[in-house]
Write a protein that binds this ligand. Structure first.
Ligand SMILES: [Zn+2]
Length: 83
C-alpha cells in the first residue's frame, strides 16, 4: 500500500496555464466590453490579481487599465454592495 502524499495547499481557484488573452487571439481587451472585463473583477468590483486570474503581465496590465477606463465611463462599478 503506497502512501498518498497529502495535498495541503489547495488554491481556491484552479490554476490556468496560460493567459486567456494569449490563448485566444480573437479575444481582445476592450474597455467597452464589460462582459469580458467582468471576468477579471471580483463580485465586490475589485480587480482580480494576476496570480489568480492567470493573465500574463502585459495582458493583466491591459485588463486593469481597461477596467479603470470602464469605471470612468460608468460601465463598471468601483465597488458593488451586493447584487
Ligand atoms: Zn497574455
Amino acid at each position: 500500500m503506497a502512501m498518498k502524499p497529502m495535498k495541503k495547499r489547495r488554491r481556491p481557484f484552479p490554476r490556468r496555464k496560460v493567459c486567456r488573452f494569449c490563448a485566444d487571439k480573437a479575444l481582445k481587451v476592450d474597455y467597452r466590453d464589460p462582459g469580458t472585463l467582468r471576468l477579471f473583477i471580483s463580485e465586490r468590483g475589485k480587480i482580480i490579481p494576476r496570480r489568480i486570474s492567470g493573465n500574463c503581465a502585459p495582458h493583466q496590465r491591459q485588463v486593469s487599465a481597461a477596467i479603470k477606463r470602464a469605471r470612468q465611463i460608468a460601465l463598471m462599478p468601483f465597488t458593488s454592495t451586493g447584487y
